[in-house]
Design a protein around this ligand. Sequence first.
Ligand code: ADP
Ligand code: ZN
Length: 666
Amino acid sequence: MKYVKVILDLPFDKILTYHVPVSLNDKVQIGMRCSAPVGKRKCQGFITGIISKSPPFPTKPIIDIPDEIPVFSDAMFKFTKELAEYYFMPWVKVLKAALPPALSNKKGLRLEIDSKDIPTLSYQQPPYSLSKDQKDAISQIHSSIDKKEHEIFLIHGVTGSGKTEIYLESIFHSLKQKRGAIFLVPEISLTPQMIKSFKDRFGERLALYHSGLTSSQRRNEWLRIKTGKADIVLGVRSAIFAPLENLGVIVIDESHETTYSQQEKFKFSALQAAFIRGKLQKSVVIMGSATPSIETYYHAKKNKYNLIKITSRVDNKQLPEIIVVDMNKEKMEGNKNIMSRRLQSAIKQTIEQGEQVILFMNRRGFSSVVMCLICGHIEKCKNCKVSLVYHTSSNMLICHHCNYSTEIPPICPRCHRSYLRPVGIGTQRVEKEIKKLSSDFVVQRMDSDIITGKSTTHKKVFDDFLEKKIDILVGTQMIAKGLHFPDVTLVGIISADTQLNLPNFRAGEFTFQLLTQVAGRAGRGERTGKVVVQTHYPEHYSIRSAVHYDFEKFYENELDFRKELNYPPFSQLVSLTIKGSSENNVRKDAVVLANMLKQNNKAVEFIGPGPCPVDKIRNKYRWRIIIKSKNRENLNKLMPNLKDYWNKIPHKQETLSIDLDPVDML
Ligand code: ADP
Ligand code: ZN
């Protein structure tokens, strides 16, 4: 008789031993899905082991095996397990997240055995000769692939330095050695053009992995990879779970993008997952960005990653000029408009020349921020140096990190001239102001309100803009990245301050990234472009270094700030969010939990509890405790006990969610 170990689909990890009934004896394999009895109930699970010796206790039989093939290989088991351990998550939760959603239902998988061989790969020479920088990078990566060792590369290359060609060459090199590749892109850049260029290049060998596919399409793509018919996977963060047996290369394009951190189901970062998977499968991991995150760059500088720097564009074209407009001065000189005179004249001039404009209104501001109407000052927390959030109910400014609170200063502490007032500029306001400038301009707004309103689509707006039916595109971060509009020669940033004042310690980093990426949108065609940035903080290092395209300078300043306050990379953070429909209970639970944690874990630092920056979502109140730990060991001691502490608190319907290495911190 055969016996199997089964990890059961329960909210926590439980592995039980069962015996295999005769009817399933020939079918059973490690890595298969199965159903098995738990008490009187039937439960789904995965077979993690087969044993032939009978255990010293009575066993029940498994009930069914729906598939012809195992869904998990040994490598995938190891990978998901280590990932679960890193995030202090139940393994079974990660296993489930690693499968396409259609496999969570009961329909069985059949292994299609058709005679069709794996399509051959025809290598296509790029239509240009590679630059020296590209060749150097490629040769470094190739020799690493040849060694079949896990190494991590960071290509820090300005926009337009030809990083894509380096990725593609590396992938081809790996495929020639019969090892597959995963190419990760941020959600926002997985456009139809991108998919097409990959299809042209890799043909039938390409599989896609993204949320735009139907669940049966996803299942099919998964099967094609699983059965070896496709060995290049292009996709968003979940593609890191693609079931490739031989994995030579993992590419993470625009590695700084926050969409690599998944917020639903289980919270993980595709970067962290790639490092773990790459280590286990001896794959080379290549990250690329013009604006790597501080943490990534820090590790590259400490030789944890191989750093490849590319400082010039392939066509040697100039990066656009970035002009900063001091909005304090603008107001002092009598201009009350949200667009500076400089920006207004630049818009007029650009359109008169038959060129196009993008106006960028960064992510929706927190209308609950209180700002000086003259100098743009926003009060920051004394302890955390993040922006304070205005609470109308109590008429107080509150730190959403540590709960420090203060009254609104009667007069602006920075310029002593004005009072602080709640603010928030939206894209609609910008649209209105431009129409005042000239009624002849064709303006189109592009934000989530427009797109969800269904009156138009993403694609329609972009096509119209490309065909020059639109002069000025006004939008949120949706339009900041990736796209290529050759006739855009002016990009205006209405307020860099929304980003700079986010109640998040990464605000400075987000601002630098935003300005650099946006500048990459201007002057993609023959003509060089120009960027106008409006801010109340023209002296801020994020803005100053972005203007000079000086990443190193920005990095130094930002690293000092991180060090002073012990933020990552000098610590590891965990954000614990308590949610519930009674504000009182949520706060009480947060306070009690924080006290328990503080008493029992003297080695780590706690911030809070305090309300989350977005303190109410879908009628659920949200409070947060941030754990700041100097090292992983301290977290390893604390985290396994967290659920026990939480369960000691008698609560009605509050929930606790854990975010390790949080990014958005909303
Ligand atoms: P990055 O990802 O570094 O911003 P891309 O890889 O998108 O840059 O390359 C920018 C543009 O330059 C693309 O249109 C690409 O086709 C082109 N390109 C890449 N390498 C070369 C080269 N060696 N010679 C000429 N053009 C190149
Ligand atoms: Zn604070």
